[in-house]
Ligand binder design. Structure first.
Ligand code: HEC
Ligand code: HEC
Length: 95
């Protein structure tokens, strides 16, 4: 086959694959599920290391170290709590 045609075919396939990837709640990602936090806020020390915090933040809240409403000083529930909670199937945070 013509090399140019083959290249176009591969590019089309790649574009199709990217378009079909389901949306995920990714920080500063795209779409409705994107996790967005106001840029004026810096990450508090409790969030470090971030990958630990991403999976363990509920411990800090459930054992009473940090009150849920204090998270909402920086986080808007719709943009950086419940979009992810809805995706993973955790109860919604009520402000
Ligand atoms: C002082 C502001 C502030 C407070 C208070 C705060 N956060 Fe955050 N949070 C941030 C910032 C900024 C980021 C982004 C960190 C980064 O990208 O390095 C973040 C990231 C996160 C993430 C990871 C999001 C992702 O997709 O990577 C989770 C989960 C999270 N915070 C939960 C909480 C919870 C739960 C609380 C309350 C216990 C809380 N935060 C309190 C500012 C805050
Ligand atoms: C990037 C995804 C993500 C974001 C953003 C996120 N969470 Fe979570 N959250 C989870 C996951 C996943 C769990 C379940 C962890 C488990 O059970 O192992 C969870 C669990 C929790 C729990 C425990 C729920 C329960 O019923 O015991 C609380 C409380 C909580 N999150 C608070 C928050 C708050 C407040 C915010 C916003 C400031 C937030 N989370 C943002 C993913 C996220």
């Amino acid at each position: 086959m013509n090399k140019f045609l083959l290249l176009m075919l591969l590019l089309a396939l790649a574009a199709l694959t990217i378009a079909c990837v389901p949306e995920k709640p990714v920080k500063d990602g795209h779409g409705e599920l994107a996790v967005v936090i106001d840029r004026e806020f810096t990450s508090p020390v409790t969030h470090s290391p971030l990958d630990w915090w991403q999976t363990r933040h509920f411990q800090a809240v459930n054992n009473g170290d940090i009150k849920e409403k204090d998270c909402l000083y920086c986080h808007k529930v719709e943009r950086s709590c419940n979009n992810c909670h809805g995706y993973v199937g955790v109860r919604k945070i009520v402000p």
